[in-house]
Design a protein around this ligand. Structure first.
Ligand code: G3H
Ligand code: 13P
Ligand code: ZN
Length: 322
């Protein structure tokens, strides 16, 4: 099988009440960890590349790594997606350079300007057989060089979505319902604490999701900022020289619920970063004499695989859906 677009994936996910995982990739071990889990669990997958990933690893290396995964995993459909495309030129470069899906993120622009930029990307992408994700509403957190404070974030306004989708022709829509990027999604004062002293974040705005879905029946919705920030890995990081106090994510059961509704794509990056960093910190702490990168990248890759396997089976519900 060669790279595919997400069109069929989303149709099946919507009808089947599950979501496809969109995992960020930056190097070989991350690509391998994700795709080995998806192959074993027979799950469709979206491998996504940010502007920062292209700057770090180089477009060609990333495309070739993903093409290698397609060869190694012929039994599962794989999408290569641009995450948070900042402008038309970046989207065009990815469309011309082998991606099957792009996101144009003009969500920080005024409504009419967002429509205009998104429409231009959609026209070019569709002419080249590529699909487009757009965004309405602003998530808090950090993505590449854009930092959005919680005070400047805003939920998606359901009354805008029909006009936006009709005028742009986008294929899927990312909305803001209370998720945010990174490992510190909420400040402690936005949360309560459970009996173990662990932070419990405010619930996602399912009312906004339901209103959007009512207005866009059958249309695939995307959730960004959907890492759950597993506390086992936060503990591992903190016990081995790291400092991530009060890191908190989105509870898994809320993501599972969103996946049964109109959410067809769920973005996860921070949980893989945390898995990799915790594993490597522990290795260094326990083996201060080792210096062969293969020795610490191997367990890091193996743990990424297990983190992804857990997402596929227990959060996204897409295991067995390839
Ligand atoms: O949404 C942001 C993703 O986690 C990608 O992060 O821009 O640091 O590569 P990055
Ligand atoms: P997290 O930081 O929650 O993993 O979100 C990733 C994301 O939305 C990538 O676009
Ligand atoms: Zn994102």
């Amino acid at each position: 099988m060669s790279l595919v677009t997400s069109t069929e994936m989303f149709k099946k996910a919507y009808a089947g009440g599950y979501a496809v995982g969109a995992f960020n990739v930056n190097n070989m071990e991350i690509v391998q960890g994700i795709t080995e889990a998806c192959k074993e669990e027979k799950a469709p997958v979206i491998l996504q590349v940010s502007k920062g990933a292209r700057a770090y690893a180089n477009h060609t290396y990333l495309v070739k790594l993903v093409e290698a995964a397609v060869i190694e995993c012929p039994e599962i459909p794989i999408v290569l997606h641009l995450d948070h495309g900042p402008d038309f030129e970046t989207c065009k470069s990815c469309i011309d350079g082998g991606f099957t899906s792009v996101m144009i993120d003009a969500s920080s622009k005024p409504f009419e300007e967002n429509i205009e930029i998104t429409k231009k990307v959609v026209e070019y992408a569709h002419d080249h057989g590529v699909v487009v994700e757009a965004e309405l509403g602003t998530l808090a957190g950090v993505e590449d060089d854009v930092k959005v404070d919680a005070a400047d974030s805003s939920y998606t306004r359901p009354e805008e979505v029909e006009e936006f989708v009709a005028k742009t022709g986008c294929d899927s829509l990312a909305i803001a319902i209370g998720t945010s990027h990174g490992a510190y999604k909420f400040t402690p004062d936005q949360c309560t604490r459970n009996e173990k002293g662990i932070l419990v974040p405010p619930p996602l705005r399912f009312d906004v999701l339901e209103e959007v879905s009512k207005r866009l029946p059958g249309f695939p919705i995307v959730l960004h900022g959907s890492s759950s920030v597993p506390q086992d890995y936060v503990k591992m990081v903190n016990e081995h020289g790291g400092k991530m106090p009060d890191a908190v994510g989105i509870p898994e059961e809320q993501l599972r619920q969103a996946a049964t509704l109109s959410v067809c794509k769920i973005n996860i990056d921070s949980d893989l970063r945390l898995t990799m960093t915790g594993t490597i910190r522990q290795f260094f702490d326990e083996h201060p004499d080792k210096f062969d990168p293969r020795e610490y990248l191997k367990p890091a890759r193996a743990n990424i695989k297990e983190t992804v396997r857990h997402k596929l089976r227990d959060v996204l519900g897409c295991a067995g859906k390839a």
